[in-house]
Design a binder for this molecule. Sequence first.
Ligand code: ZN
Ligand code: ZN
Length: 399
Amino acid sequence: MVRYMPAQEEPPQSEGLSGLPAPTFAGGKRAMTTDPVVGSPARTYPEVFVPGEEDLEDGEFRVTVLGSGNPWVTRAQASGSILVEVGNRERDLLIFDLGTGSLANFASLKLPVNALDKVFITHLHADHIADLITLFGSYRKSGRVDRGVKVWGPSGPEARLGTAHFVAGIREACQWDSDSTRSIHAPESFELEVEEFEYSATQVVYEQNGVTVTSFPVVHALSGAVGYRIDFAGLTVVHSGDTRPGWPLVHACEEGNVDLLIHECFPPAEAIAASMGVPIERARVIVDEAHTSPRGAGKVFDLVRPRMAGLWHTVVTPAGTPLLFDDLRKVYDGPVVQTQDLTVFNVTTEAVIVRQSEVEAQPRPVPGTPRSEPQARPPAQPDWWDDALIPLDDVNSLP
Ligand SMILES: [Zn+2]
Ligand SMILES: [Zn+2]
C-alpha cells in the first residue's frame, strides 16, 4: 500500500502559517491544508489530480469545488458550486449550486456533458444560480442532446421567493434561446423540471441509485436557504451552503460519521474591510449577520468532528488565508482545507484525500453516450434575411 506521494520539489508556501501551500493562482500546486490525507488510502494517488487520468472507483465519492469564491467573480475564483461524482453503477453527477463561472471549471474536468442533469440549489442568491442559464441553454448546444435538466431547491416564505418560481422564470426568460434551436435538438433537451421542497424541514429530498440527499434549513439572509447531506455506500458528505453557524446542520450530521463537511467561511470583518474597501461596520454586518467567521466554522467543526473539513465561499489570498487558519485553530485542531476552485476530495472508506487539479484551459466537450440522436434539420429562415444577407458565393467558391 502506498500513501500519498510527496512532491519532488517544494512548491511556494503562503506567508504566515508554516506548511500551508500557496493558492493555485499564486503558483501553489497542492490543496491549502497541512493535512492532505486522513486515514490510509487503499491506492496510490498522484500528487495532483489530472482530469481524465483517474477513474472514479466503485463505492467512492469524488467531490470537486467548482466555485469557491464570492459574488465578485474573478479568474481565480468562480462563485459557489460543488460537484459530487458518485461511484455507483450510473456514475451519477450531482451539482450543488451553479455560481457564475462554475461551468468553466466543470468543463475542465472532462466529464460527460449530458450527465450533468441534476442540480441542487442551496438558495437563490445570484452567486449560486447564475450559471443555470448556461447549463439549460448552452449545454444543450454542447452535448446535452438527449435529456433536460432537473432542479431541486427550497421553498421560500412565500411562493414568489421559492425555487419553483425562480426556475419557471428562467424557463420563460430563455424562450428566444430555446426557439432558436428547437428544430435541431430533441424536445426532451428543452425540459427544465423543478422539485421544490419545504425549506424548514430536515428531510430526504432525493433517493436514487443508492444516493440519498437530505436537506436541512440554514440561517442566511431570508428564510428559504438550506444545506445538504449526501449519503452513499456508508459515506457522508455535508455541505452547508451559505449560513451562520446553526444547529440544524449539526443535528443533520449526528447520525453516523461525517467523512467530509464543507462549511462556508468568511475572513474576519477587518480583513474583508481591507480587501473589499468597505467600512468595517458594513464588513461586520456581512460576516456576522449572514455568514460564518473562522472561529464560527471552527466551533461547528468541533461539534461535528468530521474526518475532513473544508472552508468554502472564502476569498483566498496568500497573506490572508494563513491568518484565517490561525484564527480557526484557536478553536479547532482537526484536518481543515481552505478550498479553492478545483480542489478535489476523494472520499473512500479507507481515507479522505484532498488535492488540487491540473487542467487544460481549452478542453473539448465530452458529450457522453446519448439516449437519442440530435436532429439535423436547419431552422426556417425569416423572409427579410434574403435581403439582409451578404452573398458569399464569390468567396465560398474560391479554392
Ligand atoms: Zn447567499
Ligand atoms: Zn453566497
